[in-house]
Design a protein. Structure first.
Length: 391
């Protein structure tokens, strides 16, 4: 229930045609006013140069900057106004709280936004097991003796190609639509505050390079960010790289395999020397190592970094990445053995759970952060509106 002064503030803002900030957004605005006077962290990441272009912070400024931040912790460990100082500045934590609000605000369908708060480790595990059971039932319908262990079966004797396409295509299409609408709404919201014009080739290339190299995970000085204490570490950057490129290699493997199937008439299973298998194995190993490293970093993270309430969402997503990659590699190692049907059901169940939760979990961070980096590259090429005002 809202306090009386909040209701009065809301009524005043509505009368003036202003957007009322949520308590978390108002807290970010308060802290950014302090940072704007201090500016010690100017070179750490994209947030501070974006901040210096503003004297006050409206809701769309805050949404934009919250998604430029990735809670590396550098500005908290450097801050002379952090706890126990009365100013209580903690940019990574306050930004993380707003980021969650932005995921919920821009979620499509809107009613699914609340899932960001419910998504967690147990949901990930239970969803994987339920979907694996569902896949196993479909397998048994196709071949009733599939789990008897009496016969060694081939991949497509267990589950036909069309059955797999029917299972995954609707989920994949839904993900593209849901994330696409969320991204479009977010970009429309922040576009006016970062310049109405579209991104130039130069700005797009710079933003892409920053995303692919995870530039801002270097702490601004190249030695990395803080995780558990004041020491700098590149572990977070490396773990993100392994995870991201592992995921992309697995995706490339599926894409090439689809091309082999439909265009070349070459059907799975493929030998290790073939491109789909090489990409899949390399991607699986990279994804597994990267996501285990991310889990370790998340569990050892400093208590004041990020928002502790979002830990279950982070861990749920990481668990699904670990389950997907580990079951995929085990499936490959098991080959045509009696364990194959069970591993296939678990692997497909984990991939379905991963893609079903993709638009309502930690994956959204990559999408919105990428969009914010593009807008940052656009904005930095424009003259500061503060200078224009002085003229
Ligand atoms: S985080 Fe602290 S040290 Fe950094 S700019 Fe803000 S107030 Fe200054
Ligand atoms: S936590 Fe890291 S990314 Fe976020 S504002 Fe501070 S230095 Fe920038």
């Amino acid at each position: 229930m809202k306090a009386l002064h909040e209701l009065v503030q809301e009524a005043k803002a509505t009368a003036l045609g202003q957007v009322v900030l949520s308590p978390n957004e108002a807290e970010v605005a308060r802290q950014l006013q302090i940072c704007n006077a201090c500016r010690y962290c100017e070179s750490f990441c994209a947030v501070f140069p974006a901040m210096t272009r503003r004297l006050s912070f409206e809701q769309n400024d805050i949404h934009y900057m919250a998604n430029l931040c990735h809670s590396c912790g550098a500005c908290l460990h450097a801050c002379q106004y952090a706890d126990p100082h009365d100013f209580q500045v903690n940019i990574p934590q306050s930004m993380a709280k707003v980021r969650l609000e932005t995921y919920q605000t821009y979620a499509w369908p809107k009613s699914m936004g609340k899932w960001y708060q419910h998504n967690g480790l147990w949901i990930a595990i239970c969803l994987t097991l339920s979907l694996a059971f569902f896949v196993a039932l479909i397998m048994m319908k196709q071949n009733s003796s599939v789990f008897d262990g009496t016969k060694v079966l081939g991949f497509y004797d267990i589950l036909g190609h069309n059955a797999m396409v029917n299972l995954f295509a609707p989920i994949f299409i839904f993900d593209v639509i849901a994330l696409g609408i969320g991204l479009f709404t977010f970009l429309s919201k922040i576009a006016p505050v970062t310049g109405e014009v579209g991104a130039s080739t130069q700005a797009t290339l710079e933003a892409t390079q920053n995303m692919l190299t995870l530039k801002y995970l270097d702490g601004g000085h190249g030695e990395g960010c803080n995780n558990e204490d004041d020491a700098f570490t590149l572990a977070k950057r490396r773990a993100h790289h392994l995870t991201f490129y592992g995921f992309m290699l697995c995706f490339a493997s599926t894409t090439v395999a689809t091309f082999y199937h439909y265009a070349l008439g070459l059907f799975a299973p493929y030998d290790l020397s073939t491109l789909p298998k090489l990409l899949g194995v390399l991607g699986g190993v990279s994804l597994l190592i990267g996501s285990i490293a991310l889990a370790k970093l998340n569990l050892s993270r400093h208590k004041d970094h990020g928002d502790a309430k979002q830990k279950p969402m982070d861990l749920g997503f990481i668990a699904l990445l670990i389950l997907t990659s580990s079951t995929g590699l085990l499936l490959w190692l098991a080959g045509k053995t009696v364990a194959m049907p069970l591993l296939l059901a678990l692997h497909l169940g984990s991939i379905m759970a991963l893609f079903l939760t993709l638009p309502y979990g930690k994956f959204a961070h990559g999408i919105y952060r990428g969009a914010a980096l593009v807008r940052f590259a656009v904005e930095k090429r424009q003259p500061s509106r503060l200078i224009l005002k002085e003229d």
